[in-house]
Design a protein around this ligand. Structure first.
Ligand code: ZN
Length: 151
């Protein structure tokens, strides 16, 4: 990671951890899933409200975990809100490939925007699960699975 990316990473992690976006229980949701990362102790419940046109109208989460999992969850919700299911799945794939080192975002086009700050976690295997928990929980919710664990 270059210095500019490192600063942006630290800033965004601190900001989203202190003030997570879409951090609330949703009363009327269409999809819900519980995500667990026992390795670190990260837990979340993700709520989605998907309309008839397959657009994710609303998304929120609650839970507790480390700064990376919380910031990643918060940033995931802001990236996904208003997107179609197909767009959300495409983002999940790019994020997953980036964090596991399959996608080199410096060389290949991607749609990740600010989410690209998590590229550095691929060098920190224990942190990959923290950064991807929210995305695996999203994937599970879209598949109608009630619960996922990173183990
Ligand atoms: Zn964690």
């Amino acid at each position: 990671m270059d210095t500019r990316m490192k600063h942006l990473y630290q800033e965004l992690i601190i900001d989203h951890n202190k003030n997570p976006r879409n951090f609330r229980v949703m009363e009327e949701f269409s999809h819900e899933s519980v995500g667990n990362n026992p390795l670190c102790g990260d837990k979340m419940i993700l709520y989605l409200k998907i309309n008839d046109e397959n657009i994710i109208e609303d998304i929120s989460f609650i839970g507790d975990g480390c700064a990376i999992s919380k910031a990643s969850s918060s940033m995931m919700t802001t990236a996904i809100k208003g997107k179609s299911i197909a767009q959300a799945r495409a983002l999940f794939k790019d994020f997953h490939d980036m964090s596991t080192g399959k996608l080199d975002i410096a060389e290949h086009p991607h749609q990740l925007g600010k989410l690209a700050i998590f590229a550095g976690v691929r060098d920190l295997p224990a942190r990959v699960k923290c950064a991807t928990l929210a995305w695996h929980t999203l994937d599970a919710a879209l598949k109608g699975e009630q619960e996922i664990t990173t183990e």
